[in-house]
Design a protein around this ligand. Structure first.
Ligand SMILES: Cc1cc2nc3c(=O)[nH]c(=O)nc-3n(C[C@H](O)[C@H](O)[C@H](O)COP(=O)(O)O)c2cc1C
Length: 367
């Protein structure tokens, strides 16, 4: 692939690829069964995976008519920066599992579509390989077991022009994923992760100590590490995976500037609260100007609208853009973003809202 060639074909997409769900149906045909299980699956019985999708069906839209929308636009401002639209790409690790060009293809597509992307700690493509002048990129940090080991990643994110640090706090332990275990999924031994080993090493525990509580939990991040992080970077810090309003309040008190309300796509803790419900609750507990972002189950433009109506400033998509990547590389990712954005724009027009600021709970109904 040369850099822009495949994207020139954006207008020649086959007719069977109309929606994000169409990409899901195609992607399964491009991936080995264990990789498909890893990508599409979730924790335990995958109840949260299903609920992340079905929660949107319970919310009905109440359109307003006859408004003047001729000045309409989808732009927003976050942390003093302008973003053309609210559809961002969630951090997803190990993207060369899904396409040989991995994050290089994804980030190219995101840049062309002016979609803010969040690069995972577990990227196969190094931060310095990405366009330093693209203003729409954030870095997702998985805590590296200590401040000393985490700090270099933060320094590099600052050096290479990333605009925010997203620290994921909902996965101090990997989810118990039945499907993945049954399929014996594991990462290829020769896979390159330029910034970190894939798993932080467990501290040694004595025979009398508990392997999990005295081991892994010793090196997982704590609230004072968040406080330290906020003080040791010039970039805004967001917490990803917050679901409890008390955690949300505490984070903001410590100087965290935004939250991503998420249950990690249902991959960590099965039957966790639906993130859309959590978004609504957390919105009511925080000052109105604190940016809340949302991810989990966004598949249609109407889903984007509903998340914004419940208090999100922007949304992130995870699996759908990887379905695009697996199906058609950078072109597929770009088309997934464009499809969702067009659906959202049409939804805004049909709902009678000209700007994101106008979207609120008055436009939705729950029976
Ligand atoms: C295969 C896969 C890998 C992921 N890797 C990461 C990661 O490295 N860091 C992270 O914070 N979240 C990770 N996530 C979670 C996503 O960022 C996001 O929260 C989730 O995919 C959103 O749900 P959706 O897939 O329904 O859009 C991953 C999700 C998937 C499916």
């Amino acid at each position: 692939m040369t850099s822009t060639q495949p994207l020139a074909a954006l207008n020649e997409i086959p007719a069977y690829l109309q929606t994000l769900l169409d990409y899901e149906k195609q992607a399964v045909q491009h991936l080995a069964p264990d990789v498909w299980g890893y990508l599409s699956g979730g924790a335990m019985r995958e109840i949260s995976v299903g609920q992340n999708l079905s929660q949107f069906e319970r919310i009905q839209l109440i359109p307003r008519h006859l408004n003047d929308l001729t000045q309409g636009n989808t732009s927003l401002e976050l942390f003093g920066q302008h973003y053309p639209h609210p559809i961002f790409l969630a951090p997803i690790g190990h993207q060369q599992l899904f396409h040989p060009q991995g994050e290089a293809a994804t980030t190219l597509a995101a840049e062309v579509m002016q979609s803010n992307y969040v690069l995972s700690t577990f990227t196969n493509t190094a931060m310095d390989q990405l366009n330093p002048h693209n203003p729409y990129k954030w870095f997702q940090l998985y805590w590296q077991g200590s401040r000393e080991k985490s700090y270099p990643l933060i320094g590099q994110a600052e050096q290479y022009g990333f605009k925010a640090i997203v620290i994921t706090v909902d996965a101090p332990h990997v989810g118990i994923r039945d499907r993945e275990r049954q399929l014996a999924f594991h990462l290829p031994n020769d896979m390159q992760h330029p910034h970190t080993p894939t798993h932080i090493s467990f501290p040694d525990v004595s025979p009398s100590e508990h392997k999990l509580f005295n081991g892994l939990m010793k090196v997982s991040p704590k609230w004072d590490d968040i406080e330290w992080l906020v003080k040791n970077t010039q970039l805004p810090v967001l917490l990803k995976g917050v679901l409890h309003p008390a955690d949300a309040k505490k984070a903001i008190e410590l100087g965290v500037q935004g939250l991503i309300i998420s249950n990690h796509g249902g991959r960590i803790l099965d039957t966790s609260i639906s993130p859309l419900t959590a978004l609504e609750i957390i919105k009511d507990h925080l000052p109105a100007d604190i940016p809340l972002l949302y991810d989990g189950g966004i598949r249609r433009g109407t889903d984007v609208f509903k998340a914004l109506a419940l208090g999100a400033s922007a949304v992130l998509i995870g699996r759908p853009y990887i379905y695009g990547l697996a199906t058609a590389g950078a072109l597929g990712v770009a088309h997934v973003i464009r499809t969702l954005l067009e659906e959202f724009e049409v939804t805004m027009a049909l709902m009678g809202t000209a700007t994101l600021k106008e979207i609120n709970r008055d436009y939705i109904y729950r029976s």
